[in-house]
Design a protein around this ligand. Sequence first.
Ligand SMILES: [Zn+2]
Ligand SMILES: [Zn+2]
Length: 146
Amino acid sequence: MPSLTTTSHSLAQAANAAGSDVRMTAARKEIYEVLAESRDHPTATDVFLRVKPRIPGISLATVYNNLEALTQSGLIKQVNLERMPSRFCANQHEHVHFHCDACGCVMDADVQANIDPPQHWHLPAGAQINRLDVTIRGLCPKCAAQ
Ligand SMILES: [Zn+2]
Ligand SMILES: [Zn+2]
């Protein structure tokens, strides 16, 4: 898994770290930057609304295509939750997602220690792990306090 040691949100640096050769069109750069500045895991429509003031002529289809390309290059992650539109995440640090069942928010949960997946789950013998894609569900602090 690529790990970013820099806190910079530069697409070039992230692309380098991910070993990706994603083409850096102006639209793609803006879309990536919007995501890098967001911690709320926006949907494609959210990204579209945030990019539009920067690139007035951009279409939702362009946003979808670029999100797809960025996801395939490993620069961003697509977060899929049942019956909900996909969300997107540019956090390159190893983390899992916490999803609130009440308000629907998605938060990053950093890995605290190096966990050893085979100790937590019965994986098929000989399986090789490339990445961890775990969603934890519950109530966010705000909803839990109500
Ligand atoms: Zn909540
Ligand atoms: Zn995330």
